[in-house]
Design a binder for this molecule. Structure first.
Ligand code: BLA
Length: 238
């Protein structure tokens, strides 16, 4: 269901950036679970390049039961650019939840004007994908922008509306990256570093997927996956 999103991201990344592989612990890179009624496969990829210190994406394929594509792009610490966050989930044909955002690291007006306002014209074309749903796990004002796409939708809308929206969001993200001036002063770099680490800690603590990982792959694997791959700058809290 979301394979075209993965393929589009890969095509974009490989054509635009000089990627090198960022090795993943083989235990975490690929797993198959036989626990559910359908076998569930989870596979992840991770890269880096001068502009991005970490590019990761994960695909969960449990056939009809679940199809999930999740990705985060972490810019290098010289760039205060938002993180690109993608979380597309289909549980059967009926329950499809999609989230796509430029996840802001800071919330001051200059920052929002520079990195978030440019989304407005694209976001305005896709009203049906921005449903103002309530967030149960996350705080919408923490690492989400006012122009996130967040919708409960159907397979047809995924193909006809979400895919073009995704392409436009990515296009804009590359453009903002190109225009961004890498910081050189250590105070800025430290501030960005801290903000990205805080994002990992916050996200690891609230990840709504933890239960899903535990049920498919066991709690030990789930813990490792969250803290040593997805959000590796997080530390487990008791
Ligand atoms: C919700 N994301 C969810 C849910 C799951 C995942 C299972 C709950 C769906 C439900 O309500 O039934 C799945 N999250 C994952 C998976 C991974 C993960 C598979 O981290 C890792 C492989 N989530 C992100 C990113 C964004 C994001 C990058 O990981 C940003 C675009 C958003 N996911 C997001 C939001 C919700 C969600 C906003 C709704 C949560 C809420 O209601 O608070």
């Amino acid at each position: 269901m979301f394979q075209p999103f993965l393929q589009h991201l890969e095509k974009e990344l490989f054509s635009r950036f000089d990627l090198s592989s960022r090795p993943i612990d083989p235990e975490l890179e690929f797993q198959i679970s036989q626990r559910g009624k359908n076998p569930a496969m989870i596979e992840s990829w991770c890269y880096q390049c001068p502009q991005f210190r970490k590019i990761r994406y994960t695909y969960i394929n449990a056939g009809e039961t679940a199809q999930i594509f999740n990705s985060v792009l972490y810019p290098s610490y010289e760039y205060d650019l938002p993180l690109l966050g993608v979380d597309l989930l289909a549980f059967g044909k009926k329950k499809i939840l999609v989230v796509l955002d430029f996840q802001p690291l800071f919330r001051d007006e200059d920052y929002l004007e520079k990195y978030i306002e440019p989304i407005a014209p694209i976001r305005a074309k896709y009203n049906e994908l921005a449903q103002d749903l309530e967030m149960k796990f996350y705080d919408a004002n923490q690492y989400f922008s006012p122009y996130l796409l967040f919708a409960k939708t159907d397979a047809e809308t995924v193909v006809n509306r979400l895919f073009p929206a995704y392409q436009e969001y990515l296009q804009l993200y590359w453009q903002l990256l190109e225009q961004a001036e890498p910081k050189t002063d250590s105070a800025s770099i430290e501030r960005i570093t801290k903000a990205q680490k805080d994002y990992d800690q916050y996200s690891a603590e609230r990840d709504p997927a933890s239960g899903l990982f535990r049920s498919y792959f066991g709690s030990e694997w789930a813990e490792e996956f969250v803290h040593n791959f997805l959000f590796e700058d997080s530390v487990p809290v008791a």
